[in-house]
Design a protein around this ligand. Sequence first.
Ligand code: HEC
Length: 166
Amino acid sequence: MKIRLMILLLPGLMGLTGCGNPQDVTTSVDQPTALSQALPIGRWYSQAQISRGNPLFQEHCASCHKPDASGTPNWRETNVEGKYPPPPLNGTAHTWHHPLSVLRRTVSVGGVPLGGTMPGFSDRLNAQQIDDILAWVQSHWSDEIYRIWHDRNAQANKQLRPINNG
Ligand code: HEC
């Protein structure tokens, strides 16, 4: 009897722990990191870009991704049409898996070509505005997340062309 109960309970328990999984990449923006960790690396964007990006994000992106870029809590689950909801862009989902080139393209052409639903913005936003928005988005990422993204981005750039070490 006991075993049977466990079997019934297990999927529920697994669901509970699985769902909150973005724990490994929490929203803990200002949490103290390990002493052994090196100093935060410099970001590619300026404070001015963050400031310009904020109102642009509110105008074009916030309706889906939320004004604070927190997106949809259950962003891993598809809806009845098999489509994904707007994910958080604040570093808690997997936006940091994508190099800058991919992030730019996503905003520019949207997700429709890949079977998603996000509209493209190339007709409304120029390259500088897209970069300003991405600067604002990334300003929500912890130093830890940014570092991981930075390394992946450098890796991706290496594969494309010689790095412009600006
Ligand atoms: C109509 C709703 C909608 C709007 C408006 C919208 N998005 Fe999205 N966005 C989505 C959805 C839904 C996805 C998931 C992929 C898909 O379905 O295309 C997504 C995915 C993304 C991704 C990829 C995230 C990841 O983790 O892979 C980025 C980056 C992004 N959006 C940025 C933006 C930015 C920046 C804007 C404003 C310029 C914006 N989005 C406007 C709905 C939207």
